[in-house]
Design a protein around this ligand. Structure first.
Ligand code: SAM
Length: 327
């Protein structure tokens, strides 16, 4: 078991398999990344991902989510999916959805059924202005394709003031006839993403916007859920809010992360990273490093800030950009 000093057990690992992405969402993938930013040859190979994952699985990891960057742009992603699907875990993926149609058969063949797709707007022009790419129709079609094939589909969008707040009720309307699970994510601060507290649409504001059009009810949340779940009676799908900033869920956090260059982070906001890949390549035993990294986890938000939004100074936060951590 991977326990920290606050008695939290960790059984969920998110592995970033690339720091590259085909989209240019500024809240995630800043345009002014420093030269030489990408991990290059320091990226974990498929072999290394499998080896490191096997150590985590032996220690009780029950769920692995592949992320990035955009995981489906990595050339050997099929190989990685096949290798990880051999472990006794639930395998899941978070994707921007652009290439899903090319991978649906492999998802089916390995039993990967849970897919999170990011789409920040339901308007083609606005999608383009957020992502810098004209992929709206492809992503919508791919979400339909996943639903037609009975995948469990969560739709992620980052709720940002002045960007997409007017569409929040439209996303809930989408759950009327489709069994999808929309998740509104509070905008989080990362290196280079021009975050400020006044750009957040808070959990409470999101619910107020939805209440202006719908009556809804609360669903029971699971112990480790990051999302607070709701539904509109009679609708096929559900919606939820990931209130990372205004009501964080650190108390029951069961997550660990590996960046594409093989650094372990015990929290999305942790300053400290543990070099698992370096140790693996040096032939060292990585388990003591993993255990120490888990043990040192801070009580809340990587120890970097508290949920008082107006007191957060984004430039004081030491972290990578989201594309580089793996969301
Ligand atoms: N490329 C994939 C995708 O688009 O889903 C996986 C990686 S992306 C970093 C994972 C998730 O992180 C996406 O749902 C994205 O919206 C979210 N994300 C990125 N930057 C964020 C931020 N600053 N605040 C909140 N969520 C963010």
């Amino acid at each position: 078991m991977l326990k920290d000093k606050f008695e939290r057990n960790h059984d969920y690992l998110r592995i970033s398999i690339t720091d590259k992405c085909n989209l240019r969402c500024t809240y995630c993938n800043p345009v002014d990344l420093p030269k030489g930013f990408f991990a290059g040859h320091n990226r974990m190979t498929a072999d290394e991902i499998e080896k490191v994952a096997s150590v985590f699985v032996e220690q009780g990891i029950k769920k692995i989510r592949l992320t990035g960057g955009e995981p489906l742009v990595r050339k050997d992603v099929k190989d990685i999916i096949e290798r990880l699907s051999k472990f006794p875990i639930e395998l899941a993926i978070t994707t921007n959805g652009v290439f899903v149609h090319e991978f649906i058969d492999i998802f089916k063949s390995v039993g990967l059924r849970s897919i999170n797709v990011s789409i920040d707007s339901l308007k083609k022009d606005r999608y383009f202005s957020i992502t810098g790419r004209d992929e709206f129709e492809r992503v919508r079609e791919n979400i339909d394709l996943l639903l037609e094939n009975d995948f469990f589909v969560k739709v992620n969008l980052v709720a940002m003031k002045g960007i997409n707040e007017d569409e929040i009720p439209d996303f809930v309307a989408w759950t009327k006839d489709q069994p999808l699970h929309v998740r509104f994510i509070e905008f989080m601060p990362f290196a280079g993403n021009a975050w400020s507290g006044d750009k957040i649409i808070s959990y409470k504001e999101i619910l107020d916007l939805i209440a202006s059009r719908f009556s809804f009810e609360k669903l029971a949340d699971d112990l480790h859920d990051t999302a607070k779940k709701y539904f509109v009676p009679g609708y096929k799908g559900t919606f939820a809010v990931i209130s990372s900033m205004t009501q964080p869920f650190c108390g029951e956090c069961n997550r660990l992360r590996l960046t594409t260059d093989g650094k372990m982070k015990n929290c999305l906001f942790s300053k400290k990273e543990t070099d698992i890949l370096g140790a693996l390549r040096a032939g060292e035993d990585i388990l003591p490093l993993i255990r120490a990294c888990v043990w040192e986890k801070e009580k809340m938000l990587g120890g970097q800030f508290t949920p008082s939004i107006d007191k957060i100074n984004a430039s004081d936060i030491q972290n990578r950009s989201m594309i580089d951590i793996g969301g």
